[in-house]
Design a protein around this ligand. Structure first.
Ligand code: MN
Length: 417
């Protein structure tokens, strides 16, 4: 698909992350004004709440943009999602007869503060990248037992915390927790010394499934509203002590960052790709009827306080072994009800080589082989003041579809009372 041209000139560049082909959904505010729903277009944001008030967008008699979250739109279902995209293109395309009335509702993204684009109802995180699972398993259990016996049959996950999902730009306080050094007799409590990131994609569920009712992989794909970048901040020392037998708990519960714009499925449609060949055939309920993964180039940068950023890894979402649709099907397979606003983390996305790994745990091989930044400093794990930034871009024919950064700076741990 070629670049779709808009009368918003900055949207027609091959460099912008937000051409008319993208139209991602966010929530923004200007100064002291209340947050409102908006759509990114070039270097501007279309105030869709104001467009609704002005009668330029009419999806539902009651209005859908009176709350600063996209959940109300999600709950109206795929036919309304499609109608909104069609209307936004009508309003913003080159030669649109609506240009003069829409112009008043554009604001510069430079002057806007971005907020969480949705009310996250629940957060589930998966472990569905094979390179990541193999690397971590090799470090923890040795190469013979790297992949757990269930790994090639189901996308393994755990129930995380929605309460600490925050938008990009929110500072992250280093977590305190209980840890136990291998040579220590008893555990101790204090700030994590092995603080890490996990580069992931987040799938946003836009509809619901009934309790007791499983869904097919196609149903699951239809329920996904869009995708964000997701950083599953992880305290490896806390995790190593607490995780057996129930999995991560406080090691992950303190923060999860997401990028500010929900990139919808229609924007990603040209970049659909298949999951890799199955090593072991999946049971029928998890088989995909078609390509359900996306070709999205991903990168991680790290910047010490006040210093330049270094790209420390590059990988691609197409490295995942399981798609978000398969994860959602697995999640609902027991009869677990899924709802609009559910956020599913893909699991850490790592490619086959060291520089393609999505966590410091892998990039520094358990902290044993520190990385060197462009500033000359070395890192095994994250230090206070470091800023970590994830980015994601799908490249089309003369245009890009981007997510906007997912960034966070680490603040020192607080003293435990
Ligand atoms: Mn994770």
């Amino acid at each position: 698909m070629p670049l779709l041209k808009s009368w918003v000139v900055s949207a027609n560049s091959s460099e912008t992350l937000f051409p008319l082909n993208n139209l991602p959904y966010g929530v923004f505010s200007i100064g002291d004004e209340d947050p409102r729903c908006g759509v990114a277009i070039g270097d501007m944001i279309l105030d869709v709440a104001a467009c609704e008030e002005a009668g330029l967008i009419a999806l539902d008699d009651d209005g859908v943009f009176d709350l600063p979250f996209w959940n109300d739109v999600m709950e109206l279902g795929p036919a309304v999602w499609d109608a909104l995209r069609v209307r936004l293109i009508e309003l913003l395309e080159e030669g649109s007869p609506h240009q003069s009335s829409v112009e008043a509702h554009l604001v510069s993204s430079k002057s806007a503060r971005l907020h969480l684009p949705l009310l996250v109802s629940e957060f589930t995180d998966f472990y569905a990248g094979k390179n990541h699972a193999t690397n971590v398993g090799t470090m923890f259990r040795g190469p013979e037992n790297a992949l757990p016996p269930n790994w090639l049959h189901i996308p393994i996950g755990y129930n995380g915390r929605a309460s600490t999902v925050v938008v990009s730009g929110t500072d992250i306080t280093r977590p305190n927790g209980q840890t136990k050094a291998p040579d220590a007799e008893i555990p101790s409590f204090g700030p994590s010394k092995r603080l890490d990131i996990e580069l992931e994609m987040g799938a946003i569920v836009g509809g619901s499934s009934e309790m007791g009712q499983p869904i097919t992989v196609q149903d699951a794909d239809d329920l996904i509203f869009g995708y964000v970048l997701l950083n599953d901040w992880s305290a490896r020392d806390i995790q190593a002590w607490e995780y057996q037998p129930l999995g991560p708990f406080q090691a992950k519960a303190f923060a999860t960052s997401i990028s500010p714009w929900i990139v919808t499925k229609p924007a990603l449609e040209p970049f659909r790709t298949s999951t890799p060949e199955r090593e072991v055939g999946l049971l029928p309920f998890l088989r995909e009827p078609g390509p359900m993964l996306y070709d999205i180039e991903l990168a991680i940068t790290m910047a010490p306080a006040g210093k330049e950023a270094t790209t420390i890894a590059r990988t691609n979402y197409n490295q995942m072994y399981y798609s978000a649709a398969q994860q959602l099907t697995h999640h609902a397979s027991s009869g677990c009800a899924m709802n609009a606003g559910d956020l599913l983390g893909s699991g850490t996305i790592s490619g086959p080589t060291r520089s393609e790994c999505g966590s410091l745990l892998e990039l520094t091989w358990g902290g044993k082989e520190p990385i060197t930044l462009d500033t000359g400093e070395t890192r095994s794990f994250i230090e206070d003041g470091d800023t970590l930034t994830l980015s994601g871009v799908a490249t089309g024919d003369g245009y890009q579809v981007g997510f906007g950064n997912c960034t966070g700076t680490i603040k020192p741990a607080v003293d435990f009372p």
